[in-house]
Write a protein that binds this ligand. Structure first.
Ligand SMILES: Nc1ncnc2c1ncn2[C@@H]1O[C@H](COP(=O)(O)OP(=O)(O)O)[C@@H](O)[C@H]1O
Ligand SMILES: [Mg+2]
Length: 172
């Protein structure tokens, strides 16, 4: 895993369905221990992409915005329904104050992420963390960063992927 080359890719996301499809593509590639960091402003499509990851990985849904909790664990579906035995841990660091008017100390957020007290061992799960840039990278040796950008026209969006080539690649 650490021998992976780092790659970059830009993907145009005209519609929410395109964002979900990109998430699905990423989810299908994820292996236990993988970390996906989602960046981008409110409404950029981070949760939409996370839901796609859940579908591609084959976990129980729905993957929605974790309004009252910081993290939610989605168990794998049965193999017959596309599950691959990997739990999805979906984290939203917005609940820890990242992205809000008074941005907390990144070290404090990182410490809170270490204290989530999940049932799942993160080395055996795939972790997707919204608002994770600058606070969650330490959770794994390497990570895929997906930055979602919204232009002035609401429907004109794109993703910038940066990370291990096996997670970025557009091919199979
Ligand atoms: N190209 C697009 N990609 C993602 N979401 C889009 C797109 N176009 C419109 N939307 C809408 O924008 C909203 C994005 O919300 P969400 O995924 O919750 O954003 P975030 O988690 O980044 O705050 C959804 O209501 C979605 O339907
Ligand atoms: Mg969200």
């Amino acid at each position: 895993m650490s021998a992976d080359l780092i790659a970059d890719r830009r993907v145009a996301l005209p519609t929410a369905a395109d964002t979900a499809a990109l998430g699905q593509e990423i989810g299908a590639r994820l292996r236990p221990g993988d970390l996906v960091v989602l960046a981008g402003p409110l409404g950029a499509g981070k949760t939409c992409l996370a839901a796609g990851v859940g579908e591609g990985l084959g976990v129980e849904g729905p993957v929605t915005s974790p309004t009252f909790v910081i993290a939610r664990e989605h168990p794998p579906l049965p193999a017959a329904l596309g599950g691959r035995g990997v739990v999805l841990v979906h984290v939203d660091a917005y609940r820890l104050g990242v992205g809000t008017a008074v941005t907390p100390d990144p070290r404090e957020v990182a410490a809170q992420l270490d204290d989530l007290d999940l049932d799942t061992d993160l080395t055996r799960a795939a972790v997707v963390i919204e608002w994770g840039e600058g606070v969650a990278e330490h959770l794994a040796a390497e990570h895929l960063l997906v930055r979602l950008d919204r232009s002035s026209t609401a429907e004109d969006r794109e993703a910038h992927l940066h990370g291990p080539a096996r997670l970025v690649a557009s091919g199979p």
